[in-house]
Design a protein around this ligand. Structure first.
Ligand code: CAA
Length: 282
């Protein structure tokens, strides 16, 4: 199956980054938000990223114009009707996803694929509320989506081999390196990353070191691009909490139990960079 037109549901941090990646890789792309204000905010972020790339000499002005022309914002799910592939990147809430998937199933042409960018919720469950479970899998991007080279392709027990092959080719066409994981909470990256991030929060909570020293230690001691608390702010504390809860729910392993400080910070609206405050102030 040849992918020509792509739909992205959600134009937040991840959806916007994914839409940007698809459009700049040459795909006709439609991105949908729930209201005009969120759509404008997401589209502006993408246009600013292209302007920044042009200033750095990574894109010509012509390429910026072509990218802009390939990307269409919408509020209507119906605008996905002729998409070959749709990537869902809405809030990490299963009820929300279980409302969206049947609606997409009704709207899309029968051969279209539906992919979820979820980081830890069950894709099998999302596929089960559609009539095309064999055409559904995960395609999990990492933040910032246009920059990070990895995508996790997540196979459910119903996903067909043909779907996996098509999505693999699609991922390569975006300049990404795909890895394949089973539909188990956390897949590969978050199963390994979340315990590390939560351990850093517990360290801070227990007064074992300052936030700066925790970050400096892991940056310089392990050669990571960001320390864990800076990375938490970057990924979003709310996103991390949802991921931790989902994996904890599946395995009941205390390694994944969200520390009280994380819960309190999310309850206070301290989501990290996106809300202006997390472990650091922005
Ligand atoms: N579009 C295009 N290019 C972008 C961009 C965007 N939206 N955002 C950043 N870039 C580019 C910058 O222009 C820059 O390019 P040059 O090197 O050519 O100048 C490059 O990316 C690096 O950006 P910066 O110079 O601004 O900053 P940096 O060198 O500190 O790198 C970073 C930033 C890439 C984010 C790096 O710090 C990093 O890799 N951090 C770790 C990120 C990470 O681990 N992400 C995964 C999180 S886990 C997750 O997402 C999964 C989940 O489910 C929770």
């Amino acid at each position: 199956m040849k992918i020509q037109k792509v739909g992205v549901v959600g134009c937040g941090l991840m959806g916007g980054g994914i839409a940007q990646t698809c459009a700049q890789s040459g795909y006709e792309t439609v991105v949908r938000e729930v209201n005009q204000q969120l759509l404008d905010k997401g589209m502006t972020r993408i246009h600013d990223a292209w302007d920044m790339m042009a200033r750095k000499g990574k894109l010509t002005q012509d390429q910026v114009e072509q990218n802009r022309a390939r990307l269409h914002g919408t509020l209507a799910l119906e605008d996905f009707a002729d998409c070959d592939l749709v990537i869902e990147a809405v809030i990490e809430n299963m009820e929300e996803k279980l409302r969206l998937f049947p609606a997409l199933d009704k709207t899309l042409k029968p051969e279209a694929l539906i992919l979820s960018n979820t980081s830890s919720l069950s894709i099998t469950q999302m596929g089960a509320v559609t009539k095309r479970a064999e055409q559904i899998c995960g395609l999990h991007f990492f933040n910032p989506a246009p920059v990070m080279k990895l995508v996790e392709i997540v196979r459910t027990i119903s996903t067909s081999e043909q779907t996996i092959e098509t999505v693999k080719e699609f991922a390569l066409s975006l300049g990404k390196t795909p890895v394949i994981a089973k539909d188990t909470a956390g897949f590969i990256v978050n199963f390994l990353l979340i315990p590390y991030l939560l351990a850093a929060i517990r360290m801070l909570e227990n007064g074992m070191a300052s936030r700066e020293d925790i970050d400096t230690a892991m940056k310089l001691g392990c050669g990571y691009p960001m320390g864990p608390l800076t990375l938490l702010d970057y990924v979003g504390l709310d996103t991390t909490l949802w991921a931790a809860e989902a994996i904890y729910e599946e395995y009941k392993d205390p390694l994944y139990a969200p520390p009280p400080l994380l819960r309190r910070m999310v309850a206070s609206g301290m989501y990290g960079r996106k809300s202006g405050r997390g472990f650091y102030q922005y």
